[in-house]
Design a protein. Structure first.
Length: 577
């Protein structure tokens, strides 16, 4: 007999019992919107910080005498080389994500969120008060740990409060706030540097972080295990697995951050940490499958055994790999080939930024309405592949309308993926795996963003070196050699040459970017294959989680009244029996 038939039979056998246990409903009252508002404030805090330092970089390097250490300070979108832009803040941000996911399951979402916001705020204070490069690097590392934890907790709390079917719509709103923050970051940073001090680029996070802390402390009242002792909870942490994973990720990211600039890709300084890191990741997955680890693994093996979940995690990786590919390399075209200023190149990138936000919200709404994610993913990668292929045709003579319209195509694809991938990751898993699945999702995105900068950088530099013979000026060839072509990609540098050398340099930049875009198509095809491999699963419309909103405390009079009603109902049922 099926579950439904059993329930029907039970109802028929007991016609007078009408007080059935209702399903856990999706509450959208004051408490929900207060928590969601706190989430949006926290999202804006982390988003602004991710780009606000870009315009302050020259001042920071000059005052702290950063020299070659500047590459560890920030993710400067247009000012640093892409292969060195993996700053020290992003290393712990990526490496600690699975650990935070496990801690959220063991200690609950509320206190972990409060702790990571406090860590991020502390890192901001250390960075703002830095008196040396080492102190700033330390502050950025602390910020990175907190920032990674914040992003994970936000997605996890949304998963706890909103049914899977409707989750994508709210993820789209959060994504819109994050994009808004990253968009205004450089402007805010420039205003602060011009009128106050570069230190306030970091100090500005203190009042905002304090407000976020207060909001979470007051409103983030969600359930968690209060019965288990702290000692037993601490024993559940996968210390060895986390140590292996963190060490492996750090090794890989350090290799990627220095390859092609400080050292050549074939040098032992790059190959040793890179190979050790990749080997460590393999060891980690083997270790997680051992019998004595299966009770409390960092990333449960079962997450990767589901075809749809594994495919969706791969999509998350490819999504951010290609997104960062575009964010870092379209400005090269705008500045080096079209001779635009850094500010204008940022404006030129707005079709990608704005439309991905808008379409992300639309896709989230469509998914919430239809319950379908697979068609959106397939369409997204078809658009991305088409857009990347059209990017390859950009040259010095391309019209403004051309690069604006072409940007629209992949921007739709990025938006479709932004709000619909996490629900696909969670669709084939029980809500008890929400933390581990969300941590794996966040890790794959962050890891993809690193490779999305390093891979195209290596291709671009290699192609530029092979095409530099086309430049007739010997001094220009020497300046642009050794992976320096990206850092010299500016209108001011290009205009320093007379014809025909100026046109020759622009031509080599365009040729190098062309191959970079062609290679990106291959990754888009991989993403498309993964989307086809997904199953279209039914998305849950009810909540079934241990970490939802806390139940309201009832007054004594109300509790007594309920007890009286219950006793009366029991008496009637007894008499009828």
């Amino acid at each position: 007999m099926s579950v439904v038939e059993s329930q029907v039979a039970a109802s028929a056998a007991e016609p007078d019992v009408v007080d059935q246990k209702p399903e856990q409903s999706f509450e959208r009252g004051f408490r929900f919107w207060a928590i969601f508002g706190a989430i949006l404030v926290t999202t804006l805090l982390v988003a602004v910080e991710s780009t606000v330092t870009s315009t302050a970089l020259p001042h920071i390097v000059r005052e702290l005498d950063g020299r070659e250490l500047y590459v560890w300070f920030v993710d400067a979108y247009f000012l640093t080389r892409p292969e060195t832009s993996t700053d020290i803040a992003r290393v712990p941000s990526t490496a600690f994500l699975p650990l935070f996911g496990q801690l959220c399951d063991i200690f609950g979402r509320r206190w972990i969120m409060i702790i990571v916001v406090a860590i991020f705020t502390l890192g901001s204070g250390i960075s703002g008060g830095a008196t040396s490069s080492a102190m700033l690097i330390a502050g950025r590392a602390v910020q990175g740990i907190g920032g990674g934890g914040i992003n994970l907790c936000i997605e996890l709390i949304i998963s706890d409060l909103i049914p899977l079917r409707e989750r994508s719509a709210y993820i789209g709103i959060v994504f819109a706030f994050f994009t808004l923050g990253t968009g205004i970051g450089p402007f805010v940073g420039g205003v602060i540097v011009d009128h106050i001090s570069w230190r306030w680029v970091f100090y500005i996070n203190l009042p905002i972080g304090g407000a976020a802390l207060l909001a979470h402390f007051i409103f983030l009242r969600v359930k968690y295990d209060r019965e288990t002792s702290i000692w037993l909870r601490l024993k559940r942490i996968d210390y060895i697995g986390n140590a292996i994973l963190i060490a492996s990720v750090v090794a890989v990211l350090l290799a990627l951050s220095r390859g092609g600039t400080l050292y050549s890709w074939s040098s032992y300084q790059i190959l040793v940490p890179l190979l050790l890191g990749i080997f460590g990741l393999v060891v980690f997955h083997v270790y997680e499958g051992l019998p004595w680890v299966r009770d409390s693994p960092t990333l449960p093996e079962r997450i990767f055994k589901s075809r749809t979940t594994a495919a969706a995690l791969g999509i998350a990786f490819i999504h951010f790999l290609l997104l960062f590919w575009v964010i870092y390399f379209l400005p090269i075209y705008f500045q080096a080939v079209l001779e635009q200023s850094p500010t204008l190149s940022g404006v030129d990138l707005l079709p990608t930024v704005i439309l991905s936000v808008l379409t992300g919200g639309v896709a989230g709404g469509v998914m919430a309405k239809t319950g379908k994610y697979r068609p959106l993913h397939i369409i997204a990668f078809l658009l991305i592949i088409l857009g990347m292929g059209l990017f390859a045709h950009f040259g010095p003579g391309s019209h403004t309308a051309e690069w604006i319209i072409v940007q629209i195509i992949p921007a739709f694809g990025f938006g479709f993926l932004a709000s619909t991938t996490l629900p696909a990751v969670q669709a084939d898993l029980p809500e008890t795996d929400a933390a581990a699945a969300t941590a794996a999702f966040a890790f794959m995105r962050a890891y993809g963003s690193i490779w999305g900068v390093s891979i195209p950088a290596a291709i671009f530099n290699a192609q530029f070196a092979s095409q530099s013979f086309r430049i007739g000026d010997q001094s220009a060839r020497e300046q642009l050699a050794g992976g320096n072509a990206y850092s010299y990609a500016s209108a001011a540098y290009i205009r320093g040459f007379d014809e025909p050398y100026r046109s020759q340099i622009k031509d080599v930049y365009a040729r190098s970017l062309r191959l970079t875009w062609y290679v990106s198509i291959a990754f888009g095809v991989i993403g498309l294959i993964l989307a086809v491999l997904e199953k279209e699963l039914v998305l849950r419309t009810e909540l079934d989680t241990e970490f939802g909103l806390e139940e309201r405390k009832k007054s004594n009079s109300l509790r007594d009244a309920e007890l009286g009603d219950n006793s009366g109902s029991e008496k009637v049922a007894t008499e009828k029996a």
